[in-house]
Design a protein around this ligand. Structure first.
Ligand code: ZN
Length: 161
């Protein structure tokens, strides 16, 4: 089995057995992203606890690349601190912008390295990045929500006082 075949297997496995799929509560930020050229869609929620990404939950439809990439994203971002999540987001973005020339670091990107070959195909890059873009957007919203809460601290969640 050569490297391309191995990477195909990794992508297929994540497609067939997506990690962390399903929308969950609680969450502070939610994002819906669409890739019209392929028909991929994802709704993604981020739940923060302090500076930690306590949960990433998502529901998606689309091609095998977009679905497998969302599953890999979950594995890489769920449970890590926000700074690490942003580093991995940047690293995956850089790899996908590399047009097939990128050096993928398996220690930090783990199964994400399987998408290195996808970076040669601009149409597919959008598929692979969709879930990651949703995470980026949902994280910004979640952090904004956190700030709102601390400013109007009395009853941030609208519960009974
Ligand atoms: Zn797609």
């Amino acid at each position: 089995m050569n490297l391309d075949e191995l990477y195909q297997e990794v992508i297929l496995d994540h497609y067939k057995n997506p990690r962390g799929v399903g929308l969950r509560d609680p969450y502070e930020g939610e994002s819906h992203q669409v890739n019209p050229t392929c028909g991929d869609e994802i709704t993604l929620r981020v739940h923060l606890e302090g500076d930690k990404v306590a949960d990433v939950s998502y529901d998606n439809v689309g091609c095998s690349i977009s679905k497998a990439s969302a599953s890999v994203m979950y594995e890489l971002l769920d449970g890590v601190d926000i700074a690490t999540a942003q580093e991995r987001l940047d690293e995956f973005n850089t790899l996908m912008s590399s047009k097939g020339q990128g050096e993928a670091n398996e220690e930090t990107l783990e199964d994400g390295v399987a998408f290195a070959g996808v970076s040669k195909y601009p149409m597919r890059v959008k598929c692979a990045l969709l879930g990651w873009m949703a995470f980026k957007d949902a994280l910004i919203k979640a952090q904004a929500t956190d700030n709102d809460n601390s400013e109007s601290a009395a009853n941030p969640h609208g519960g009974v006082q």
